[in-house]
Design a protein around this ligand. Structure first.
Ligand code: CA
Length: 228
């Protein structure tokens, strides 16, 4: 089930599309005025917007442009004019797809489903990216809390893991001992700052290769950094 906004001033067409979407189980709203449609597009979250080109008060291209300034809501333009210029300018203004009127409802639904699938898999791709952090041949899979160096899984304790994660999430940022302490051990912790040195040593013993430069560099008098 998706939440679809329809901005279309041809009453019969708007009604027809709405009924079809509802029949498929989607939640819908219809606006026949450009300005009101834009307000709805901006003030609520929609899975997709079906947007007419010629509308009272504010045209579809302008709505598209203004939505794109703040949101990535997928937009399908519905245009009566089948000119290349319209298609290009619709896509230039940030529409994801367009359909030329008159269209078969099946075609609109197929395009809408395809667009929603595309957006969903992109979202999932982005999420997957965010949960995997890499530095040289070190990889942290955040979801599984697994640390790998190349093909080897590195066993870390909870604190060691948190400390390495903090450093790898802040590549090239020098993190002072007290900053690391508060991030990893908590602000109210009363452990000494040299505990950070102890844990960095533990981690180095597990991840570094003998004779090679350490993954974690010491910044004398300050703290630690992982530099790219
Ligand atoms: Ca119209």
């Amino acid at each position: 089930m998706s939440k679809i906004l329809i901005i279309e001033d041809e009453k019969n067409l708007a009604r027809f599309v709405e009924l079809e979407l509802k029949h498929e189980g989607d939640e819908t709203a219809v606006y026949m005025n450009g300005r009101k449609g834009l307000d709805a597009a901006l003030n609520e979250d929609w899975d997709a917007i079906l947007l007419d080109l010629m509308l009272p008060d504010l045209n579809g291209l302008e709505i598209c442009r203004r939505v794109r300034q703040v949101k990535n809501t997928p937009i399908i333009m519905m245009t009566a004019r089948d000119s290349v210029i319209d298609r290009v300018s619709g896509l230039d203004h940030g529409a994801d797809d367009y359909i030329v009127k008159p269209f078969a409802i099946e075609e609109l639904l197929a395009r809408l489903r395809a667009l929603l699938r595309r957006v969903k898999s992109m979202d999932e791709g982005n999420k997957a990216k965010q949960t995997t952090i890499k530095y040289r041949d070190l990889v942290i899979e955040k979801e599984n809390r697994i640390v790998r160096r190349g093909d080897d899984i590195i066993e870390l304790t909870k604190r060691e893991y948190e400390l390495l994660l903090t450093l790898m999430e802040n590549i090239n940022v020098v993190l002072a001992r007290d900053v690391l302490l508060s991030k990893v051990w908590g602000y109210n912790s009363d452990v000494e700052t040299n505990v950070v040195d102890v844990y960095v040593r533990y981690i180095r013993n597990k991840i570094d290769r003998p004779g090679e430069q350490s993954y974690i560099q010491t910044v004398r008098g300050t703290g630690y950094v992982m530099r790219s």
